[in-house]
Design a protein. Structure first.
Length: 137
């Protein structure tokens, strides 16, 4: 188990879910690394980049590299998961769920029932998709 304290706040029962990130490598080290980058390091670097203008170029280059690594890890996680339930386990944010249904809808190997379900969920998410994307910025 790996525990990250995300903010320098005193931990209380009200903020424990937003101030602590807990991860393990039980299922997949690649998935764990993906979620640590996505949930801990990328947001911290973005926040630091906004506060500290002196190293902005270096921080921007690091952020770009982390974004690329995040995409590679996300793709490799999808390829390594063979069943629908294991790829659903990779959903931790609304943006991940939208991407999951989009991939199902675009997959040539998806069954007709899965395609219909994916298109239905994508229609439901369409009006609020931009709001979810803005949450992670």
């Amino acid at each position: 188990m790996v525990l990250f304290k995300l903010r320098p706040d005193v931990i209380t029962s009200d903020n424990v879910h937003t101030n602590i990130f807990l991860s393990s490598m039980v299922d997949s080290p690649l998935d764990s690394l993906y979620y640590m980058i996505k949930s801990v390091f990328s947001p911290a670097l973005r926040e630091n980049n906004n506060k500290n203008q002196s190293n902005q170029a270096a921080n921007q280059q690091i952020q770009t590299s982390l974004n690329e690594l995040e995409q590679v890890l996300r793709s490799s996680g999808k390829k390594s998961s063979s069943s629908s339930s294991s790829s659903m386990a990779s959903i931790s944010h609304p943006k991940d769920e939208i991407a999951y249904w989009y991939d199902i809808a675009k997959s040539a190997s998806s069954k007709t029932k899965d395609l219909e379900r994916a298109k239905y969920f994508l229609q439901l998410f369409d009006p609020v998709k931009a709001n979810f994307e803005n949450l992670e910025k």
